[in-house]
Design a protein around this ligand. Structure first.
Ligand code: 13P
Length: 254
């Protein structure tokens, strides 16, 4: 699903939706976004709605994904959902390491690395979220924080694991807030991430970086034009079909 030339647009529904809401939401997205073949569009849905997403979005230019996955493939892990289970519904992309999970469920970098590996092993695209909180930014240690998040994966699985993956720079302080990070902050971090990955990955063209955190129809173009930014990851804006459309419409020619 990943192509270097296409801008990447990923919607994260988080814990929103219902059978009723999704029925018209998925159908409207399918219809309204059908114009944007120059974009790589994915919607990450809650697990219970994977089948519904598959049924409605099948044959459209919108891919569907999940927001988490178990690090084990099978076994006595109550409440967990495995990579092979979501693969049964043709899930193509999985978010891993989202800060909302790390904060609420204390996910360690090792856990996240194991999930990343599991997603790759099952031929899906991992979307690794990295980013610092406000205290870390104010202390000036954001690059150290992000580097630790990425290095755990590199140390455990080696450089090739990043081929074909997506990294989302999502500063925690910009998520669900009023404003996105500044273009300077984003460009600097993307450059840092690319250097960190590129010095370790032989085929360095094969890792994409997207930005997430208060993306909306007003700032999408500016964000997508930042050097090193291959696309966007959005939360709230993805739940509004018109805003989703406006965002795609504004960036599809970049
Ligand atoms: P918002 O776009 O609502 O700030 O959420 C960003 C996010 O967490 C996407 O994963």
């Amino acid at each position: 699903m990943k192509t270097k030339s296409k801008k990447i647009v990923i919607g994260n529904m988080k814990m929103h939706g219902s059978l009723d809401f999704n029925e018209s939401y998925f159908k409207s997205l399918k219809q309204k976004l059908s114009l944007f073949n120059e974009l790589s569009i994915t919607l990450c849905v809650p697990y219970p709605y994977l089948f519904q997403a598959q049924k409605i979005l099948m044959g459209s230019n919108i891919h569907w994904g999940c927001q988490n996955v178990a690090k084990e493939l099978e076994g006595p892990f109550t409440g967990e959902v495995s990579a092979s289970m979501i693969k049964d519904f043709q899930c193509e992309l999985v978010i891993v390491g989202h800060s909302e999970r790390n904060t609420a469920y204390c996910e360690s970098d090792e856990n996240i690395a194991e999930k990343f590996n599991m997603i790759k092993k099952n031929n899906m695209t991992p979307l690794l979220c990295v980013g610092e909180n406000l205290i870390e930014r104010e202390a000036g240690i954001m690059e150290k924080v992000v580097s630790e998040q990425i290095k755990t994966i590199l140390d455990l699985y080696g450089q090739d694991i990043f081929k074909g993956s997506i990294i989302a720079y999502e500063p925690i302080w910009a998520i669900g807030s009023d404003s996105a990070a500044s273009p300077e902050q984003i460009e600097k971090m993307c450059e840092f991430i690319k250097q960190l990955i590129y010095s370790n990955v032989t085929d360095n063209d094969d890792v994409n970086i997207v930005y997430g955190g208060s993306v909306n129809a007003k700032n999408a173009v500016q964000l997508c034009e930042i050097n090193g930014v291959d696309g966007i990851l959005m939360g709230r804006a993805s739940l509004d079909v018109n805003e989703f459309y406006e965002i795609c419409n504004s960036i599809h020619k970049i």
